[in-house]
Design a protein around this ligand. Sequence first.
Ligand SMILES: NC(=O)c1ccc[n+]([C@@H]2O[C@H](COP(=O)([O-])OP(=O)(O)OC[C@H]3O[C@@H](n4cnc5c(N)ncnc54)[C@H](OP(=O)(O)O)[C@@H]3O)[C@@H](O)[C@H]2O)c1
Length: 245
Amino acid sequence: MRRIIIIGATSAIAEATARLFAARGDALCLVGRDASRLAVIAADLGVRGAVRAATATLDVTDFAAHAAVLDEAERELGGLDTVLIAHGTLSNQSECETSVDALRREYDINALSVMALLTPIANRFAQQGFGDIAVISSVAGDRGRMSNYVYGSAKAAVTAFLSGLRQRLQKSGVNVLTIKPGFVDTPMTRDFPKGALWAQPDTIAQGIVKAIEKRRSVVYLPWFWLGIMGVIRSVPEFVFKRLRL
Ligand SMILES: NC(=O)c1ccc[n+]([C@@H]2O[C@H](COP(=O)([O-])OP(=O)(O)OC[C@H]3O[C@@H](n4cnc5c(N)ncnc54)[C@H](OP(=O)(O)O)[C@@H]3O)[C@@H](O)[C@H]2O)c1
């Protein structure tokens, strides 16, 4: 049985993943900013087999509140061995091009809050000598594009942070998994036209649980995004800058 804290637990991808954990009989602490939605999800996870489904409220940009929430989760579950960080916002790119406040807010949510949460979590897991850290980054972090480079660069920062953290923690028995989904049909992408490359949250959730269990380092979900991003990364800059992506 795992003792799992999920940050951003109301996310569609996180909820689908939590259902798989619950069905295995894991213990969960769901963290998010919407207490009533968390309560509904927790009740559902209890029915699905979770041995414990606690909740804690947190707006991740309230950095001063992070430590207390982690303490609460540890108390509720009697320890922690797995963390899934899933929160995020798809930044309004054009707003961020004209408003530094908007740019900073997006970085707080998508990058800094993740790093801030991982700092005490990494130290706790290193001290106990075990643990699995899984964070949802994005394929958008693999190369900045004009249509979403604020979001993409925040995810790139998270990806690089995780790469270094993975090296630091590997001798402590702690695994760090970077999850890079492609297009997923969730509330975040509700306004986008959907096509063949789109996946459902359940598919991504299965990939996440499998990658945690196998203690993978980096996973593209679905797998074909590894090839797509390989091609996108290989386009020379003098060509890339003329594309309208
Ligand atoms: N959907 C995609 O195509 C896609 C692709 C690649 C990566 N991702 C990443 O996957 C992760 C999950 O996203 P999703 O697709 O499942 O979208 P989603 O259902 O819209 O979930 C986003 C989550 O982030 C939470 N959140 C946003 N700001 C927050 C804040 N300040 N404090 C606390 N929680 C906050 C939201 O909470 P509320 O419910 O309270 O709003 C929601 O639970 C994100 O990191 C996203 O960047 C998504």
